[in-house]
Design a protein around this ligand. Structure first.
Ligand code: FUB
Ligand code: ZN
Length: 631
């Protein structure tokens, strides 16, 4: 592995503006996010994924938006094309998510064509906006009226994604083009809804949250308090069955229980986690500790009872929804990629607010497994649904069925551009600062700079994580006064050491002292593969085991087990071992430098080879299992 030792790409104070990332609180939080421009990934695992995102996913995404008609809809709304609008009612949102991805990607590595593409699409979006700020290409043309069906029409949802894209473009490029459109949309919403509504629509919330978190971020960017007030109002207006009068289902729409009274997440998984993400933003900015505590309890309950080992959320295809407690079937798992993304966003905000390492653990589990399985290694192919088992005779009954393999796009294409924006802004989720130091939450090679009360601290991280558990942190520049370096020790990392000293898993190892350029710390996270057993209440998994190694969950694909029928195998958990070089010819074809496979034996002595779950279905789409019966 080559290590990036060049720090020149970190923002130069004199010339390069600071680029805030997707969630940048105004209020004081326990931990402060680093600016995107102060984090730079170096060669290694996540940079490979970002490169595929830039080289394949983002350019292909723009073509797909054209071919699927999303851009045509804007042409129609702008009066530049004739014809009907095409696609789902929320088709606009995919354009906005792509714009957000392109903006963060531009911040990561500026490039004129990336900027030109964004500005071309932005100009089209602006041309489609109505004079009072309303902007939706599909709803008025298909439904004939605005806001007639908030339970299904996604008008606030689309506005939310537009606002997020506008904020991203402003932060990443310094340009106001899309932000101006977003502000007009937000001002329109302030007039139409919430505490300042002048038009009598005050009772309505949208069927699909995201506007909450978007409005808070717009408040953070502009300082306009109305946006925060409206977001807070939307959070509190939820949970009163108000969407039932339009025919909506309160459970599905997260409208059955007020957010601050809820004890769990229910209904449509993406909607539910987007809502709690926005509610966390509101709690942060308004200092609402009671709301934050309620959200923390909901997160704990969700992760303890409704989350797959991959981090995946939403057990039911029916309603793309959370199931009941411990309802976690492997084969019919829904685990939509967008739900994993929403949970990363929520966990990140909870981490900023509380400083609790468990949220860092959550982000790691989600990113390496439930999220990353959603995109192919080459980029440009996507899973919408992420099961933990595909049976031998599985039949691809419809587009989202993973038996189809990853697809280049979907009729409902929410996941692909969501993956793109997450990968291009990934640097923002790795580290934070406080007055007295820096906290590393995720391990990836690269460089970062943080401001502490004592002065700026610049670090270089070198690691082959997740294949190897050694993380070397070298001080590039430090203030003279002592600062604290905090490194997350994942809950699974029993036996981890920092500079040879034992650490406590499930928290942060901290070192406080004066540092000088060239000083280094070495974290050793033990990555021996481990057997994980399910909770006894998960009937679908009783008697099975899964394999994890460090942050990675492993999957067993039929193509790596010649002569065995995956549906019938049982394994001896005590036989677990790993191979540092992929020992199976097929696994080598994955082209994952550093790949570590794992091996389990059947009671008869046959060996099974496991590959990381995120990499499954990158060769052929085959039978696959994460949980295997113990024999
Ligand atoms: O409703 C918009 C998006 O489509 C949701 O977030 C996804 O779950 C999919 O239903
Ligand atoms: Zn999705």
């Amino acid at each position: 592995m080559t290590i990036d030792t060049d720090n020149s790409h970190l923002a130069d104070d004199a010339t390069t503006p600071t680029v805030a990332g997707p969630a940048h609180p105004r209020a004081t939080t326990t931990l402060r996010p680093l600016a995107l421009s102060d984090v730079r990934l170096g060669d290694g695992f996540w940079l490979e994924r970002q490169r595929a995102n830039r080289d394949v996913s983002i350019p292909d995404g723009l073509r797909q938006l054209h071919d699927a008609g999303n851009l045509h809809n804007f042409e129609v709304a702008a009066g530049r094309a004739d014809g009907d609008v095409i696609g789902p009612i929320f088709a606009d949102s995919d354009v906005y998510k792509w714009l957000e991805a392109a903006a963060w990607e531009y911040a990561r590595e500026p490039d004129s064509s990336l900027l030109d593409d964004q500005l071309r699409v932005t100009e089209l979006v602006a041309a489609a906006q109505e004079s009072d700020g309303y902007l939706n290409t599909v709803v008025p043309r298909r439904e004939g009226e605005r806001y007639g069906h908030p339970e299904r029409n996604h008008e606030h949802y689309c506005a939310g994604h537009l606002i997020q894209a506008g904020v991203a473009q402003k932060r990443a490029t310094g340009r106001d083009d899309l932000l101006n459109v977003a502000v007009k949309v937000a001002d329109h919403l302030v007039r139409e809804f919430g505490p300042r509504s002048a038009t009598g629509s005050a009772g309505d919330v949208d069927g699909h949250p995201v506007i909450e978190t978007a409005l808070v971020e717009l408040y953070r960017e502009t300082g306009t308090r109305d946006y925060l007030d409206l977001a807070a109002w939307f959070v509190d207006a939820r949970g009163h069955d108000s969407l039932e009068r339009f025919g909506g289902n309160s459970t599905y729409l997260s409208d059955r229980v007020p957010v601050r009274e809820a004890t769990t997440l229910e209904g449509h998984a993406v909607r539910a986690v987007y809502l709690t993400t926005g509610a966390t933003d509101v709690a942060i900015e308004t200092g609402d500790d009671a709301l934050l505590a309620a959200l923390g309890a909901q997160y704990d309950h969700m992760s303890a009872t409704k989350q797959y080992v991959t981090g995946g959320l939403g057990a039911r295809w029916d309603g793309e929804a959370f199931g009941d407690e411990y309802e976690l079937p492997s084969d019919r798992a829904y685990a939509e990629t967008c739900a994993a993304i929403g949970a990363v966003q929520w966990a990140w905000r909870m981490l900023l607010a509380t400083g609790e390492a468990s949220y860092g653990d959550q982000i790691e589990r989600l990113l390496f497994n439930g999220f990353l399985a959603g995109v192919s290694l080459r980029g440009g192919d996507y899973f919408y649904v992420n099961p933990l088992q595909v049976r031998h005779d599985a039949h691809a009954d419809e587009e989202r069925n993973p038996k189809n393999g990853r697809l280049r796009w979907f009729g409902c294409a929410c996941c692909p551009p969501n993956i793109m924006r997450t990968l291009s802004s990934l640097g923002g989720y790795l580290a934070t600062s406080t007055g007295d130091g820096v906290q590393l939450h995720q391990y990836a090679s690269g460089t970062l700079r943080a401001t502490t009360d004592a002065g700026d601290l610049e670090l270089r991280v070198e690691t082959a994580y997740p294949w190897n558990g050694r993380v070397r942190v070298t001080v590039v520049a430090a203030p003279e006064a002592p600062v604290t370096l905090s490194l997350r020790i994942p809950a699974w990392a029993a036996g981890a050491t920092l500079d040879g000293a034992a650490t406590q898993p499930g928290g942060y190892a901290r070192i406080t002292r004066s540092f000088a350029a060239g000083d280094a710390l070495v974290l050793e996270l033990p990555l021996a593969p481990r057997i994980t057993r399910p909770h006894s209440r998960v009937d679908a998994l009783r008697g099975t085991v899964a394999v994890e190694r460090g942050p990675l969950v492993y999957a067993f694909e039929a193509q790596d087990q010649p002569g065995l029928v995956l549906d019938d195998v049982a394994v001896d958990a005590a036989s677990l071992s790993e191979q540092a070089e992929a020992s199976v010819a097929e696994a080598r074809e994955l082209a994952l430098p550093g790949l570590v496979t794992v091996s389990l034996r059947t009671p008869c002595g046959d060996a099974l080879t496991g590959i990381p779950y995120f990499a499954w279905a990158n060769r052929t789409v085959d039978d696959m299992r994460v949980w295997l019966p113990e024999g």
